[in-house]
Design a protein around this ligand. Structure first.
Ligand SMILES: NC(=O)c1ccc[n+]([C@@H]2O[C@H](COP(=O)([O-])OP(=O)(O)OC[C@H]3O[C@@H](n4cnc5c(N)ncnc54)[C@H](O)[C@@H]3O)[C@@H](O)[C@H]2O)c1
Ligand SMILES: [Zn+2]
Ligand SMILES: [Zn+2]
Length: 347
């Protein structure tokens, strides 16, 4: 539970209950922590108020449904998506679920209580969950709640990655690494990943990055210029969420290229129009819609995307405070995604 900037605790709260006919209550079997939860704790997301149960990613078992739920039944194993969707507003009808006007969007662990609990109320359950296919583990599935759709939609699709592109990804956290996996689906000629932590760059290389650049001791602009005959990358992605890395992503792109911002920013960032007005750039921003989740589930289930390197630590759900410490101190612990499992005794 979030108690204000820098303050959180693992508390006893009443179990989630059905409040609307379209709700389901899901017993959380597996849950994780997102970089965005750390942004919330830093105070970067002012819409989260004290008393909120955090978390927007889960795999679980449906234990109750409202009278209006049609496609989800008690006992179903489901992925709880980071984004809820009313399904009928103008944005939902266009697949832009993140902008839902009917009470959905990113609400879990933000505007309503989230998934870092034993039970979670999932609004619009028919549209906000996905069945877990046979043969796909909780570990594989949990990455489909947020980080894989984010990397694919906000990074790769918004960035319009095409075959043979040079793609530069700033940030090798879970999102930047998922962006490597997602970009590979489009067969770029080179993927370059920039970070300041060698351990993360090693993982980037292991999962398919062609070039890694530690920006603490190498100039990414020189490396990308050498690779592209001075032009710059076709697509750059910002996967950190701070001003210098956004400015780097803009500086690394070629004229006519795409800058896809993925990071959640908590402070104003400078867009150097005095340098780039002449470069015919496209800049995209976005909150994940999770409209690609079904596609990505298929790709994970069929082995076309291998997510096995992304979960580094496993905890019992009740050890979540320790999990937060390990996740927040990633430079020391090497943590990427942490998996929290609810003990079977909770069943
Ligand atoms: N747009 C969306 O819908 C969406 C969804 C989920 C997460 N996010 C955001 O995406 C961002 C990345 O998430 P994550 O979980 O991978 O975060 P993370 O904090 O785990 O990873 C960030 C990485 O950036 C590196 N880094 C920090 N400062 C750097 C610098 N100056 N130069 C180079 N590298 C630097 C860190 O070493 C780390 O590896 C966060 O801002 C998160 O909030 C956005
Ligand atoms: Zn998230
Ligand atoms: Zn809607």
């Amino acid at each position: 539970m979030y108690h204000g900037i820098g303050e959180k605790s693992w508390d006893n709260v009443p179990d989630a209950t059905i409040q609307q006919p379209t709700d389901a209550v899901v017993r959380v079997d597996a849950v994780t922590i997102c970089g965005t939860d750390l942004h919330i704790l830093k105070g970067d997301v002012a819409t989260v108020t004290p008393g909120r149960v955090l978390g927007h990613e889960a795999v679980g078992t449906v234990v109750a449904i409202g009278s209006g739920v049609q496609r989800v039944a008690v006992g179903d194993r489901v992925l709880v998506s980071a984004i809820s969707a009313c399904g009928v507003c103008r944005y939902c009808r266009a697949g832009s679920y993140s902008q839902c006007l009917g009470g959905g969007g990113w609400i879990l662990g933000h505007r309503i209580d989230g998934t870092q609990a034993e039970y979670v109320r999932v609004p619009f359950a028919d549209n906000s969950t996905h069945p877990v296919p046979d043969g796909v583990s909780d570990e594989q599935m949990i990455l489909l709640a947020d980080i894989l759709p984010t990397a694919y939609e906000v990074g790769v699709l918004n960035g319009a990655v095409r075959p043979a592109d040079v793609v530069a990804i700033v940030g090798a956290g879970p999102i930047g690494l998922a962006a490597v996996l997602a970009a590979k689906l489009l067969s770029p000629s080179h993927i370059a990943v920039i970070d300041r932590v060698d351990a993360r760059l090693d993982i980037a290389r292991a999962i398919g990055a062609d070039i890694t650049i530690n920006s603490a001791n190498q100039d990414p602009k020189e490396v990308i210029a050498d690779l592209t005959h001075g032009l710059g990358a076709d697509v750059t992605m910002e996967a950190v969420g701070i001003p210098p890395t956004f400015e780097l992503a803009v500086a690394l792109v070629r004229p006519g290229g795409h800058v896809a911002n993925i990071g959640v920013h908590g402070e104003p960032v400078t867009l150097h129009l005095e340098d780039i007005w002449i470069k015919n750039l496209t800049l995209t921003t976005g909150l994940v819609d999770t409209r690609s989740t079904s596609t990505l589930i298929e790709l994970v289930a069929s082995g076309q995307i291998d997510t096995s390197s992304l979960i580094t630590h496993r905890f019992a759900l009740s050890d979540i405070e320790q999990a937060y410490r390990v996740f927040a101190d990633a430079a020391t612990t090497g943590a990427l995604k942490v998996l929290l499992s609810n003990a079977p005794s909770a069943q």
